[in-house]
Design a protein around this ligand. Structure first.
Ligand code: NAD
Length: 348
């Protein structure tokens, strides 16, 4: 099988913990070079993942001819400059979420990639989790009826860390909502096939002393009228939240815990009601037998890398497009605006 030759920019948390291990399992990927401004991190990943080169600057990595694609996993404030440089060096780009500090900047990256004729994919990898893909099928098959309500939650414990880029909204583009809520909003749209058309939000810093939000929630109206809620927190102990995903329709529901995660797994119950159901004034909630789901759990980072690699090898559009990444960032930005200005925004 042909392989895409990769360079990796940023060898920190997500690259070293998830994406590089995932890339090692990808059928169509070969790692050529890694880069981090912290040379120790670059050297560590070079050894660990058997790359040919390690650099402390992206210019040298981009100068390597054989590299066809780069994965950008540096802090968000570095993305734009690096993406522009990579596109100009004619490298295809898989960029982590959020694509840049603002959706305007993300759009400029996308325009630059189009102009340079390189592909741009976005690291919204939770779409590749087997459970999420199965949920999407169940809903597309109409098993839940019309979707009327949904909720997705992603939280972690993220106490004050001196000089941390993610805790400074000027360097990260936003806190819990931009960093984690973005996955939840993207997933709700992806799984249901619906689009957000209006949003009201609350975002604040309740527990810690940094300026990025540690508590945030948004309520959204989808384009079929369904309402969706996303809650994202940096101030809930990891073991104390289950990262719930709930989708309700006129015929049933999907209730999941732990599928919104960096590791595939979790518990999913799909409850389908009897079609012939009439009105029950007593609102009896007789137990429904959950549908059995036949899924094979894998590594969503491997699937993300393989999927983008296939787009490069077959000259097709990436599965998670730049437009997807820009739109979900615009939604999050409107959520923050709503919180600041205490009004509801339409996504137009
Ligand atoms: N999709 C996911 O599952 C997921 C999870 C976590 C983070 N992310 C995203 O990945 C990106 C990185 O997040 P992280 O948690 O790995 O951050 P991190 O702080 O753990 O790692 C960032 C790395 O980049 C290096 N770095 C700093 N400046 C650099 C520069 N100018 N050029 C190259 N490298 C530089 C740092 O030394 C560090 O090793 C962000 O966009 C974040 O939102 C995605």
């Amino acid at each position: 099988m042909s392989k895409v030759k990769w360079g990796v920019i940023g060898c920190g948390g997500i690259a070293d913990r998830r994406t590089l291990p995932g890339m090692m399992l990808a059928d169509n990927a070969e790692l050529v070079a890694v880069m981090d401004t912290n040379m120790e991190a670059a050297e560590r990943c070079k050894e660990k993942y058997n790359a040919k080169y390690a650099f402390d600057n992206y210019e040298e990595l981009l100068a390597i001819d054989e590299i066809q694609a780069v994965y950008i996993a540096s802090p968000v404030f570095c993305h734009k400059e690096q993406a522009f440089a990579a596109a100009k060096a004619k490298k295809h780009i898989l960029i982590e979420k959020p694509m840049a500090l603002t959706s305007e900047d993300s759009k400029e990256i996308a325009d630059c990639c189009s102009k340079e004729g390189v592909k741009l994919g976005v690291g919204l990898m939770m779409r590749f989790a087997a459970y999420h893909q199965e949920m999407k099928k169940i809903i597309a098959d109409g098993k839940l009826g019309d979707i009327v309500s949904m909720r997705a939650q992603l939280t972690c414990w993220y106490p004050d860390i001196p000089n941390n880029w993610r805790q400074n909204k000027d360097l990260s583009g936003g806190g819990a909502l931009m960093d984690m809520g973005i996955h939840c909003i993207d997933l709700l749209q992806y799984i249901t096939g619906l689009k957000v058309e209006a949003i009201a939000g609350f975002a604040g810093t309740q527990t810690f002393s940094y300026n990025a939000d540690d508590s945030s929630a948004v309520v959204m109206r989808m384009n079929n009228g369904a309402l969706a809620m996303v809650d994202a927190n940096f101030n809930i102990p990891d073991a104390a939240a289950k990262c719930k995903l709930e989708i309700y329709g006129t015929k049933g529901s999907i209730m999941a815990e732990g599928t919104i995660s960096q590791v595939e797994g979790g518990d999913v119950a799909v409850l389908i009601s009897d079609d012939s159901l009439g009105y029950d004034a007593a609102q009896n909630r007789d137990e429904l037998v959950p549908l059995k789901l036949d899924v094979e759990l894998g590594n969503m980072y491997t699937k993300e890398v393989e999927s983008f690699g296939n787009a490069v090898l077959n000259d097709t559009e990436p599965e998670v497009t730049a437009a997807d990444g820009i739109f979900v960032q615009q939604i999050v930005e409107k959520g923050y605006l709503s919180s600041d200005n205490k009004i509801t925004y339409e996504l137009k």
